[in-house]
Design a protein around this ligand. Sequence first.
Ligand SMILES: Cc1cc2nc3c(=O)[nH]c(=O)nc-3n(C[C@H](O)[C@H](O)[C@H](O)COP(=O)(O)O)c2cc1C
Length: 482
Amino acid sequence: MASLTIRKLDDAVKTYLRLRSARNRRSVEEEVRVILRDLIEGRGEPPTPFSAPPASSSGPAPQRTGALPEASITLIIGGGIAAYKSLDLIRRLKERRIEVRCVLTKAAQQFVTPMAASALSHERVYTDLFDPQSEFDAGHIRLARDCDLIVVAPATADLMAKMANGHADDLASAILLATNRKILLAPAMNPLMWNNAATRRNVAQLQRDGAVLIGPNSGEMAEAGEAGIGRMSEAIEIANAAEKLLRPPVPRPLAGKRVLITAGPTHEPIDPVRYIANRSSGKQGFAIAAAAQAAGAEVVLVSGPVDLDDPAGVTVKHVESARQMLEQVQTALPADIAIFAAAVADWRVANEGEQKLKKTSAGMPPLQLVENPDILATISKLVEKRPPLVIGFAAETEHLIDNAKTKLARKGCDWIVANDVSPATGVMGGDRNTVHLISKNAENNNEITVDSWPVMTKEQVAIELVAHIVKSVTKKSPEPAS
Ligand SMILES: Cc1cc2nc3c(=O)[nH]c(=O)nc-3n(C[C@H](O)[C@H](O)[C@H](O)COP(=O)(O)O)c2cc1C
């Protein structure tokens, strides 16, 4: 019977299986087996449909998938004194939301019990290759492949010798031979065993085969009076090494760069209770802030009034009016990159009422408008503190590209992200955006290029824009506009 790879199932099915198996305190594979058996025998609990709440759901925030295991490890415990430390390792891996399924060799069971490993892992523990319960669908293959990583701790001299020579005469060695997953070995043995030529040869072979080693450390042995290299690494060291293999560090191409971003509308007061605003939601600027932060940048986001959560890891300055926004932008300088995505009001009311304006028989109050400071032009034309890359946004309802090109020249910025915000596009306040990146090529006589992107979510636009920024800043900082 073909083995079922749980990891390849739909997310919704996986979530259903995980919730149901957790509730029944069974492993996911066991739960699938129970479901299939019950189905064949005409019994069984009807599946509770699980579907992720729609993104726009107005109910309580959906539970974060982070509460579910994020990775899974098959932990092989070999027969050495250090096996007791592997019980602590199970606990430390589970603290990091890693699912752990334990395999104990025959010798390991002389040092720790399957019961202890099961209680700590909340999973069934596997000990036998010829186990009819798990081998009816090739259980050793599932243990070898339905995981993200295999950890062997302690990796005994014997287990490593078997591995190096391709033995498969018990469950542990069969899994190690049948796996296509990365293997992390935490050797533990007497220093003489570790230094023995046979162990040296086996370890070298295993490293050539791609296994990763953590330790052994040097120190006192369990045997009285013996010391040297051979102590198994501490549980926390093994958990850290496992986590590094499971979650390799994400590239942070903007590390060391400071990015300043504006987002949202501005509110220009008419009197203490009324204001002039626009329909900007701030979603695009917030998405850019999150993408720049994920790329490793230090991000300062100056936001007008929006109904969005502050992006994690970003310094957010909340403002109301264009003048407050300019002040916060100036305070946040210097920056390596400035992105002005806010829809700043062009005008404000000159004669802002100190008290709420009242209806009178004299008719409507005359509202005089004056021009707001132009944040993009002000920062683009700075001499000393001008960020090396200044990007503006052009929200247009007609002649998009032409107007954006004119804006690029007039404001003195380096790039303009132009988007059509006419009502039919649904861009203002919506989740998608169709943009054109208009850039001035400093290396080629300030030639203007227009790069039109397909319709994307605002998050995708943000990621794409950050990718362009990374390419630009890692190539060469653009020259300030003349
Ligand atoms: C008390 C005791 C402690 C042992 N400690 C270790 C050890 O730390 N490392 C090791 O490689 N073997 C150790 N051994 C030997 C292994 O248990 C033995 O080689 C066994 O066959 C390993 O089986 P396994 O690799 O299938 O777990 C120890 C044996 C005894 C009796």
